[in-house]
Ligand binder design. Sequence first.
Ligand code: LLP
Length: 429
Amino acid sequence: MAVLDRRLLSDNTDVADDGMLTVGGCRIDDVAAEFGTPVFVYDETHLRDRCREAVGAFGYGRVIYATKAFLCRAMARLAYDEGLLLDVASGGELHVAMAAGVPASACTLHGNNKSLDELRTAISAGVKHVIVDSFDEMDRIDALARDGVVGPDGSAPDVVLRITPGVSAYTHEFISTGQDDSKFGFNLGNGDATRAVDRARRATSMELVGVHCHIGSNVFEASSFAKAAEVMADFAIPLDLPELVLGGGLGVAYVEGEEAPTMTQWGNVLLDACEALGVRSKVSVEPGRAIAAAAAMTVYTVGTVKDIPGVRTYVSVDGGMSDNPRPVLYGSGYESFLPRAVDDPRELTARLVGKHCESGDVLSFSAQIPADTAVGDLLAMPVTGAYGQSMGSNYNKITRPPVVFCADGDARLVVRRETLDDLLATDVG
Ligand code: LLP
């Protein structure tokens, strides 16, 4: 059976003389021994290189990292240091970004149902843009203006309107957002988008600076992005606004055989389309997954191997749906391998499961792993850097894993493992 396709590993991985995988010059067995398992191991240089590639493809100040993919203070600082702005989708994400020292003026605030408090905090802190999603949100911005809430320089907030362009992306239904039937944004087809522009232009509570769309996430078809750019260009050009934000959504390869466009190819498709269409606005994008996903792997320890003859083999690890809910939520596929035997044939097909108290707690429905996989082995799952740690939970009161950044032989703890006391931190009972 196939050996692991090493292209799924982050850029700075290697195999030591004794066969052990290294990430950023750090041996995985050492990282596991120092920080325990499960652990999210990020290749820090890979993260930086993806940020640089994005800035190279779109230009400085035109890449807005979607922090929902993966956010902690170290990540916020890294992205900001590399010249990216930050797209925050809640007051919580804004709080973490600002706690990392990222100025509000480098953040854009998203959300289809921002609270009055979130809007008040963001506007008074001076976020770069509020991405306005609904007429109700406009009512709230008006109300805040009436209460005297303004930016640090005394001016009304710059806003960008989120438009639903009626373009469907080929991706999972739950993460497809550009089609007409969506909770997000102002519908282009039914005239809401035009009505929103008119209202924003008349309002004194906000300064309209651009329009935005995001057609979905984990999109592999460059043609979907080109189509969205075309529809948005038609709408945006007559408005003659300074900003056009084309969202995130670039897919990544998770499993063998998948091939996603690179950031550079994505940039070429979008920018060429915009140029050909005559867009004069500043074009920016909001990648999340394409920056963070392939930068990390999750390392677990195998705890049980149960063979049911004629049925299947179950391999249980010490994490599961609480550190990676994507297989359960979207049926997403992942590869798995043993860091001690990276290039070994993986001839055992097993169901890789977690330690949660439900049968649905599956990490990989048919994992290919070496036949000698045994209790106590470290088992790694690559491409877990986006929407893993950020979508984690405490289900079954499992403590959330730590995050370690590896670079140049140094393994740096950036998020510690939760403790049992952390589980009681909000319990005032
Ligand atoms: N901009 C907006 C407005 C978004 O809603 C999103 C993602 C992004 C940018 C970043 O998209 P990316 O480049 O990461 O595809 N939990 C799901 C993904 C949800 C994405 C939501 N919005 C998953 O695990 O696949």
